[in-house]
Design a protein around this ligand. Sequence first.
Ligand code: NAD
Length: 316
Amino acid sequence: MSIARSENAALHVVCDAVADSARRTAETYGGRALTDPLEAIRADGVEAVVIASPTPTHVELLSAAIEAGVGALCEKPIDLDIARVDALRERARSAPAPVMLGFNRRFDPHFAELHRRVAAGEIGRLEHLAVTSRDPEPAPDAYIATSGGIFRDMTIHDLDMARWFVPEVTSVSAVGFRQFSAGIAGLGDYDAAVLTLTGAGGESVVITNSRHSAYGYDQRLEAFGPDGLLQVGNVTETAVRAWGAAAVEATGPYQRFFLERYSAAYALELEAFVRAVRGEDVAYPGFEDGRAALLLADAAGVSAREGRAVNVDLTA
Ligand SMILES: NC(=O)c1ccc[n+]([C@@H]2O[C@H](COP(=O)([O-])OP(=O)(O)OC[C@H]3O[C@@H](n4cnc5c(N)ncnc54)[C@H](O)[C@@H]3O)[C@@H](O)[C@H]2O)c1
């Protein structure tokens, strides 16, 4: 949808392994329907591709995009296996066209403004970042079973948020919890987690995750420094507030889940990608950011399992 709506891009090809899905999407948004992603990547006239297929397909498709010399916007994570990511690292580094990772939260206008104001020095040198991320309800057990676990599937977004502010994280301490889902516990995964990260400059970052939240999708960010605090709260469906006998300052629910809460972010992410492909100088999360977030997620897994802080070296 973002591609079709963009004034700076044209949708040439829609590819889905399920032919009917490809056909319906092409009928709605335009483009030629294909079922073979390699054919789509190599099709005449294609300058860039968005890879939003399941995680196990990313490395092969990214590789093909780099080889074909087309830009690639690839969903997170790059892969669940850091060895497969590392095997692609050199080629990604020398890719002729931009390789961007789908860390859409960097493009959320609220978070981006907070980031700009921290960078501008409004609160002084950043001392503490608090990232809260709770899903409204857990994904089905079948999804969780192949997701790579909470740290690599869910926390990875928050780990990238942490690195957006504190690029050089040096240690990860994570505690995983099994609080409410027998299904998730049965899969050996956690349904909630709390992480503490340390930055090379002595910064602290706390990430709070849960796979459920009775009040909806909970996405908050707080930055603290010697000169003050900057905070982004949840976004409600309506700006109207009501005062009555039963409740004061009552408002509509929070935007339901990621497609609603981050709709502007997805559109802005796509625009940044298109501008990067056109050769403009834009900031975007790249392959190295995807790799770093996966390294931190893996470190969190070790930390939670072994009950100790894990040192990481993101400079290597
Ligand atoms: N950034 C975000 O906000 C966000 C949100 C959700 C999912 N994701 C990521 O996006 C990716 C896709 O997740 P999903 O839950 O949408 O997956 P999904 O299983 O719903 O698959 C997405 C689409 O890919 C198609 N597909 C499957 N195999 C394919 C192949 N080999 N070639 C072409 N198409 C194929 C499916 O038919 C489906 O239409 C995952 O890597 C996930 O981690 C990112």
